[in-house]
Design a protein around this ligand. Sequence first.
Ligand SMILES: Cc1cc2nc3c(=O)[nH]c(=O)nc-3n(C[C@H](O)[C@H](O)[C@H](O)COP(=O)(O)OP(=O)(O)OC[C@H]3O[C@@H](n4cnc5c(N)ncnc54)[C@H](O)[C@@H]3O)c2cc1C
Length: 352
Amino acid sequence: MQVDYLIIGQGLCGTWLSWFLAKENKSFIVIDQNEPTTPSKVSAGIINPVTGRRMVKVWMAEQVLSFARHAYNEIGSFLGLTAISQKNIIDFFPNAQRRLVFLDRIDEGDEYLSSFSEQNKFNSLFHYDLGCGEIRHSYIAHLEILLSAWQQQLRDNNQFLEENFEVEKLVIKQDLIVYKQIEAEKIIFCNGLKSLETVFFEHLPFAPNKGEALIVEIPELPQDHIYKKGFLLAPLHERNIFWMGSNYQWSFPHPHPSKEFYDQAEYHLKMWLKIPFKILEHKAALRPATLERRPFVGLHPHQKEVGILNGMGTKGCTLAPFFANQLVQHILRKTAIEPSANVSRFQKILLL
Ligand SMILES: Cc1cc2nc3c(=O)[nH]c(=O)nc-3n(C[C@H](O)[C@H](O)[C@H](O)COP(=O)(O)OP(=O)(O)OC[C@H]3O[C@@H](n4cnc5c(N)ncnc54)[C@H](O)[C@@H]3O)c2cc1C
């Protein structure tokens, strides 16, 4: 079978890369082994325009946020589903210092933060003594329905193989890659941290970051906002169901759900909520984060038949559409990739 591209992985990166290639009428095969707990499947799907304790704008906010919004709406209408919803974040101040930072940022004219006029609106639902603010222009990407619907679309078009990709079976020739019966111009790795297991990208400075989440049923909580007080409570597509998380661990004894997180999150829910809840699930995954907190996008500097779209860290929902499109435009039209995301910045350590 001959195609233009072979894509390994159908998390956020593989989904968006195949979407933009499909829009360009390019042929491709996506291989994914459908692991049950990947970061893309554990993610809340939150697109938050501000980040960190200082609540600064996310990296490249002007370019990536509106691009993401447009892209999720477009793929959603193509697939006949709601892929993204605006859900502003109600930020309940956990302490006086966080309140001060929030109010200072409003005084500085931050376009995303505003004081919430109805301070008592949530009194029957939550305990919050220090008031709340609102983070506007926040969104939820409904990955739990989007990824499976796109996979079904690929399967219907014979563009999807559910199997374990074995890198030892890959042969690279001049201007051609061969994998079992598939011949393609290029292979592009969108396989998250598994890229570290390939000879091409084993030296990239990934910094795996563990995150855990609970899936919680809260029948009395309105689903029109995301709620935050240390942890985030984000409404999922299914009625009454919320995602709660997360933690960010750079060192961890194992990648699985931990009792420590469960106990801490359950305690937090009891202290925060005034209404009944029921914990349904507990999940964990390793984020493909990077030492410099910038993605890895582009063609291998010493092997032009091999590419990568990876390293989205904590911001996959926001960054993946924009950089998938940059990579497609780069391959097809030789346009530039954002230098701080271009994998060619590692050309010295990527010598084969
Ligand atoms: C708890 C948690 C919460 C998060 N919340 C958010 C959030 O709210 N907002 C946000 O923007 N980001 C969030 N993230 C980060 C986000 O999930 C990641 O940035 C993103 O999912 C990474 O996507 P990816 O496609 O690069 O990798 P992955 O999701 O890891 O996808 C890789 C795919 O490759 C496949 N694969 C790997 N190896 C093979 C192989 N050998 N053969 C076949 N298939 C293979 C896997 O099955 C998988 O489907 C969160 C992450 C975690 C862990």
